[in-house]
Write a protein that binds this ligand. Structure first.
Ligand code: NAD
Ligand code: MG
Length: 397
């Protein structure tokens, strides 16, 4: 009994009602001997959160607002659950840094996830990072926080998880020392890979979120359709693996079976393959350095039969070019790119702008912004706020 207690990992799932959150709980439910839920958090889906409380019995749950907390309180009382309830951004940081938890799954979408992800990084947790926007916005500051606290950072984004698996261990963060020539990020190309470019103006939010291979939240699905998702992932790879932009290549691979590759100077290319199911990288992160069952079906290459590849067309996907430019520019460019993208994607989902306006709005915000050094969290959050205001102003004009 004592042994089991020592090994039991206490988990905080930030964003438990989302696509990654639900997949995380699915893996955790398969291993009650290894994982216990300390905290669950959700913005507003209180019914789903109440069901998760019933199944996983967390000590504490965090929601976005006081009214969501009241609603949840009533639901939990009906279920005779006495889970502690908190609300608001500071409460998210508190659970992420709590001494009662060992592992934080950072699966809130967008900039809203940065403060809590950073709190987990500073508190030395094992941080399972799905929330790529947090790293894109904060870059070096996030990596510094991880290194200074002794936290373990494990990428959950499938491409970065694949790269992590294909890198030598220990990895020195100096690619040349390991004979690495480049990182190859694979990309499905999303729903509009082969669509006539002139018709992209008219695509609807429903068409944009219908990803061919992955079922994901709306924001990342639109990002996949514009390929800003891959652009954010190029920046994410730069920070995770200390690789310069010139050594990160995007390769279109419509089947999403090869999740990414690492190319070495001797001509070897190491790849990680699997069915497109996020439970594989999630299980990898939870159990690392061990391997556990994830519920993912075994890969059957005889059924897939073909793996295709093509180069990424920067004219079809201008967001990809914008992201590379932001990475090369440095300073606050990636924070501004991310903020303007979030505003433009939401405006598209709300029917306020057309699909092709997304990249145009980001480009205009980038052009009109003065890039500055962002040396602390306040500077990043201020920069995020200003870029959002500018994007909203451009949309309203
Ligand atoms: P989602 O929209 O399905 O879920 C988002 C979660 O964040 C929900 O639980 C929601 O309650 C919470 N949330 C939203 N706004 C919030 C706010 N303001 N404050 C607090 N919580 C808030 O998103 P998802 O698809 O699960 O993606 C989550 C993150 O993981 C994103 O950063 C995404 O880029 C990344 N990711 C997702 C996938 C995937 O397959 N879904 C793959 C790779 C990376
Ligand atoms: Mg990805």
């Amino acid at each position: 009994m004592l042994d089991a207690d020592v090994k039991m990992q206490r988990i905080c799932v930030l964003g438990s009602t989302g696509s990654i959150g639900v997949s995380t709980l699915d893996v955790i439910a398969r291993h009650p001997d290894r994982y216990r839920i300390f905290a669950l958090t959700a913005h507003s889906q209180v019914h789903k959160l109440a069901q998760q409380c019933e199944q996983f019995k967390p000590e504490i749950v965090v929601v976005g607002t006081a009214s969501a907390a009241n609603e949840l309180y009533a639901l939990l009382r009906e279920k005779k659950l006495k889970t502690e309830i908190a609300f608001g951004a500071e409460a998210l940081c508190d659970v992420a840094r709590s001494s009662s938890c060992d592992v934080v799954m950072a699966a809130i979408v967008g900039a809203a996830g940065l403060p809590a992800s950073m709190a987990a990084a500073k508190a030395g947790k094992k941080v399972l990072l799905a929330n790529k926007e947090a790293l894109v916005m904060s870059g070096q500051l996030f990596i510094d926080a991880i290194q200074q606290s002794g936290a373990t950072l494990l990428p959950i984004d499938s491409e970065h998880n694949a790269i992590f698996q294909c890198l030598p261990r220990p990895y020195s963060r100096r690619p040349a020392e390991h004979g690495i020539s480049k990182i190859i990020l694979t990309a499905s190309g999303g729903p509009f890979l082969n669509r006539d470019i002139s018709s992209l103006d008219k695509v609807t939010p429903d068409e944009a979120v219908a990803h061919p291979n992955w079922v994901m939240g709306k924001k990342i699905s639109v990002d996949s359709a514009t390929m800003m998702n891959k652009g954010l992932e190029v920046i994410e790879a730069h920070w995770l693996f200390a690789t310069p932009a010139e050594q990160i290549e995007v390769l279109i691979h419509p089947q999403s079976v090869i999740h990414s590759m690492v190319s070495y100077h001797d001509g070897s290319v190491l790849a990680q393959l699997g069915n497109p199911d996020m439970r594989t990288p999630i299980a990898f992160g939870l159990a690392y350095p061990e391997r556990i069952e994830s519920g993912v079906a075994p890969l059957d290459l005889t059924k897939i039969m073909q793996l295709n590849f093509q180069t990424a067309d920067f004219k079809r996907f201008p967001c990809l070019a914008l992201a590379y430019a932001a990475l090369k520019e440095g300073k606050s460019a990636a924070t501004i790119l991310n903020a303007s993208n979030e505003v433009a994607v939401q405006a598209f989902l709300d029917g306020k702008i057309g699909f092709r306006m997304i990249d145009q709005i980001i480009a205009r915000v980038m052009n009109r912004s003065v890039m500055s050094e962002v040396l602390d969290m306040d500077a990043i959050l201020e920069c995020d706020k200003e870029a959002r205001a500018l994007a909203n102003e451009i949309i309203a004009a």
